[in-house]
Ligand binder design. Structure first.
Ligand code: NAD
Ligand code: UDP
Length: 338
């Protein structure tokens, strides 16, 4: 198939690009590099020994977006491009609604002009909000608690209406849990611009000596060891879920929301211990106050992903930490020269 990846140079996009190229699809990446480096694409090209098209552009640039889609004529679009920091979204909500919601409208208009009727969308478990029950299944009520989560929820609603309006349109809404880890080569991985907000990149940077100490946000939750519990998923497993979703979109119609998680919860201290095991380094930490807005624990019911996509996770926490460590230790400054 002809696959168009918005945000294909980013963390999840670059791993999906690698997976999709290894399955012989033809690919075009559309990215403005606002949160990524072109070097990620060079590395994927080397690893796969395959070429693909790249257009540097903003999804909000309607004429450019439309022309790129008309030129490439994709069978399916995978839409990663967007802003993703929960904290920043509470400070700059308009920037988040513009990039994530208006950006998707610009993309869908371009897709209509290019006759493309299939999209796989990067949604998030944040659409569920505070758990009414666990594990979250796809029927759990949707009540995001921050502007970032609201943008994902709004785009889900837009895509649902888009599929209702034209019965040959297809949207697969992949609700990611917590993606971590890196490709086994150690050549591509997560490369946050500033001090990381998320646990795994923070722990990696402590292990490599770039940051001094982890702050554990609360050890008094009602969880087995008192620290927050999440459903971590290896980014390569996540990339494979996208490849499966592209196949699914090829022969199904309508809109489906699908959880992409392992079904297993791990605590902050589980991650610290697993990372120490994988890296052989000590991870010093202090327990501090809870982080505002954090949920004690959540994890996925991934049954629907298996039933519809034939996909389930293959990697465990040790694999996630081992690959994150390989990427971080081989590239202590990310994609910037060492
Ligand atoms: P990322 O920031 O590494 O990748 C996003 C890519 O999109 C970057 O390459 C960036 O340059 C590009 N981009 C951003 N705005 C753009 C615009 N207006 N026009 C063109 N390109 C633009 O993020 P990621 O972790 O790879 O996440 C990908 C998607 O998955 C995002 O939509 C994110 O909200 C969603 N998601 C991520 C997580 C996570 O924990 N990483 C969890 C759930 C959902
Ligand atoms: N966390 C932490 N210290 C950090 C970053 C995160 O203790 O520096 C905790 C956080 O409170 C949560 C878990 O690690 O319980 C995962 O946090 P992350 O931000 O990675 O994911 P999210 O909370 O967005 O699911």
């Amino acid at each position: 198939m002809r696959v168009f990846l918005t945000g294909g140079a980013g963390y999840i996009g670059s791993h999906t690009l690698l997976e999709v190229l290894s399955q012989d699809h033809e690919v075009c990446v559309y990215d403005d590099f606002s949160n990524s480096e072109p070097e990620a694409l060079n590395r994927v090209a080397k690893l796969t020994n395959r070429s693909f098209e790249t257009v540097e552009g903003d999804v909000l640039d309607r004429p450019k977006m439309r022309q790129a889609l008309i030129d490439f004529r994709p069978d399916v679009v995978v839409h990663f491009a967007g802003k993703k920091a929960v904290g920043e979204s509470t400070e700059k909500p308009l920037m988040y609604y513009r990039n994530n919601v208006e950006g998707t409208l610009s993309l869908l208009e371009g897709m209509e002009a290019a006759g493309c009727k299939r999209i796989v969308f990067s949604s998030s478990a944040t659409v569920y909000g505070d758990p009414h029950y666990l594990p979250y299944d796809e029927a759990h009520p949707l009540a995001p608690t921050n502007p970032y989560g609201m943008t994902k929820y709004m785009v889900e609603l837009i895509l649902k209406d888009w599929c209702t309006a034209q019965d040959d349109n297809t949207a697969v809404l992949l609700r990611y849990f917590n993606p971590v880890g890196a490709h086994e080569s150690g050549e591509i991985g997560e490369d946050p611009n500033d001090i990381p907000n998320n646990l795994m990149p923070f722990v990696s940077q402590v292990a490599v000596g770039r940051l001094e100490k982890l702050r554990v946000f609360g050890a008094d939750y009602e969880t087995p060891d008192g620290t927050g519990v999440r459903d971590y998923i290896h980014v390569v497993d996540l990339a494979k879920a996208h490849a499966a979703a592209i196949g699914f979109a090829g022969d199904h119609k309508g809109c489906e929301a699908i959880n992409v998680g392992s079904g297993q919860g791990s605590s902050v201290l589980d991650v610290v211990r697993a990372f120490e095991g994988a890296s052989g380094r000590n991870i010093p930490y202090d327990v501090v106050e809870r982080r505002a807005g954090d949920i004690a624990e959540f994890y996925a019911d991934p049954t629907k992903a298996y039933n519809l996509l034939g996909w389930k996770t293959e990697c465990d926490l040790a694999d996630m930490c081992g690959s994150a460590w390989k990427w971080q230790s081989q590239n202590p400054n990310g994609y910037k020269p060492n």
